[in-house]
Write a protein that binds this ligand. Structure first.
Ligand SMILES: Cc1cc2nc3c(=O)[nH]c(=O)nc-3n(C[C@H](O)[C@H](O)[C@H](O)COP(=O)(O)OP(=O)(O)OC[C@H]3O[C@@H](n4cnc5c(N)ncnc54)[C@H](O)[C@@H]3O)c2cc1C
Length: 433
């Protein structure tokens, strides 16, 4: 069996894992990212790059290169509820460098970031490497077991960071306890072509007991039909013609194109979950991104939160990792930093779902509730929502690799501990020589 040693083993090459790998390698740490797939080119998993993520790319000097990739810019988000048009959020005043959400396929973003990360000596991306379990050394997690096309391997690490998404194998192996928040909906994602005269920024269409998300991707819409949880089989039983009819009823301008949906294989079910770990860490193990907190697609904030987690984690962990001084207290600090934004965002998502649940109560044409009309009339409301969605709670910034975000005294203690460790190591080497 192959075995290797690394400073930090990151499990999962999604937005959280690749960003964390980039940042730690940039800070001079040996980092190995394991991704079970052979590439990043997979089904639609959300294409949103938010203003606060774009700020991070700017801080890393990567923004101009990223924006050279094909993308669309969303400056506002609208919804049509019955006959009522409602501008839900506007990003044009967010205090960020880019006052828009960039839409680009997630694989483009991940390819771009991982290619740049390869410029750092310490960065290693191992595709087709699936982590299967944790290696324990007493109470401490000391690495991961993985399988690759070449066979099984063991990776020893000072720290394992689970970035393996909502079905995280690592958090299951660690038996970390998950708090679930019931979600009444699932989303069926599919593509449908877009004509130049179709609405540009309309995102939500709610009517006839249904809700349809339409994301403008140039010559096509990334469409998501929100369905009641667990009703996919019933929808399938009604047949594809009924499904097409549902889409045409809610967005009549798609009537001439619904025939493009020929097969259920063209649809991908997103089982919507909202959950979070009570404790994000064990000695030697930290969970971030969806592995620590699965987000609903409401607001399209899951990618942004995963990236913000990675930035916060790198800011806190880089120095102790370099010094070989990772303690549980340091890992706890990452959770403390990121739990508050996660809680606030999930609270808002849970309440958005409750409001959406009311949509399913009628099958006929719906009227926008008066509360929504009052809310719509509030001055500055769309800018505030734009800020919450586009920037989010407690946006992170990349810290200088030398001045990580830990108190000065603790930084000094880490450096002192590292110096003592180095002296002991050298003394041992001299004794054996
Ligand atoms: C259909 C769909 C639509 C979505 N739409 C949006 C959207 O519009 N906007 C938005 O912000 N969010 C959206 N999301 C959510 C968003 O994708 C996640 O919140 C975000 O990707 C979380 O990032 P992550 O890095 O934590 O995890 P993930 O992106 O889930 O990445 C986890 C990675 O780990 C890998 N992996 C898993 N297990 C292992 C293992 N054992 N060993 C090695 N590798 C492993 C996976 O292959 C994957 O690449 C959507 C999700 C889905 C499924």
């Amino acid at each position: 069996m192959e075995s290797l040693r690394t400073g930090c083993c990151v499990v999962g090459g999604g937005p959280a894992g690749v960003m964390l790998g980039y940042l730690l390698a940039r800070a001079g740490i040996k980092v190995t990212v394991l991704e079970k797939h052979g590439d990043f080119f997979r089904d639609f998993r959300g294409d949103t790059v938010h203003p606060s993520t774009l700020d991070i790319m700017h801080e890393l000097g990567l923004l101009d290169g990223l924006l050279q990739l094909p993308h669309q810019r969303v400056t506002s988000v609208s919804a049509r509820i019955g006959d009522f048009d409602f501008e839900a959020a506007d990003f044009r005043l967010v205090p960020a460098r880019c006052k828009f959400v960039a839409l680009m396929p997630q694989w483009e973003f991940l390819n771009f970031l991982s290619e740049r990360a390869k410029r750092f000596d310490g960065f290693e991306l191992r595709l087709q490497h699936e982590a299967t379990g944790l290696i324990r050394d007493g109470q401490r997690i000391a690495g991961v077991e993985a399988r690759s096309p070449a066979g099984p391997l063991e990776i020893e690490a000072d720290l394992v960071v689970a970035c393996d998404g909502r079905h995280s194998t690592m958090r299951q192996s660690a038996r970390l306890s998950v708090q679930e928040f019931g979600v009444p909906i699932d989303v069926l994602w599919f593509r449908i072509s877009r004509q130049p005269h179709d609405p540009e920024q309309v995102l939500g269409n709610i009517n006839y007991g249904k809700a349809l998300i339409l994301i403008n991707r140039g010559d096509y819409f990334q469409a998501g039909l929100i369905i009641r949880k667990g009703t996919l089989e019933q929808i399938k039983a009604e047949g594809i013609a009924a499904f097409r009819q549902n889409i045409a009823q809610i967005a009549p301008y798609l009537r001439d194109r619904v025939g493009e949906i020929e097969d259920w294989d063209q649809l991908k079910l997103l089982t919507v979950q909202i959950n979070r770990l009570r404790r994000w860490h064990l000695p030697g193990l930290l969970c971030i991104g969806d592995a620590a907190h699965a987000m609903s697609p409401a607001g399209g904030v899951g990618i942004n939160l995963a990236i913000q987690d990675a930035v916060a984690a790198a800011n806190i962990l880089a120095l102790p990792l370099r010094a070989g001084q990772i303690t549980d207290l340091i890992l706890k600090r990452v959770q403390q930093r990121r739990e508050f934004p996660t809680r606030v965002t999930q609270f808002l998502q849970v309440n958005a779902h409750k409001a959406l649940n009311a949509v399913f109560k009628t099958n006929g044409p719906i009227q926008a509730p008066w509360q929504l009309k009052v809310f719509d009339a509030l001055p500055g409301r769309k800018w505030i929502v734009g800020y919450i969605v586009g920037v989010g709670v407690r946006p992170e910034h990349v810290a200088d690799a030398e001045r990580m975000r830990i108190p000065r005294l603790e930084r000094a203690a880490i450096r002192f501990g590292a110096a003592i460790g180095a002296i002991i190591k050298t003394a041992r080497l001299l004794r054996t020589a």
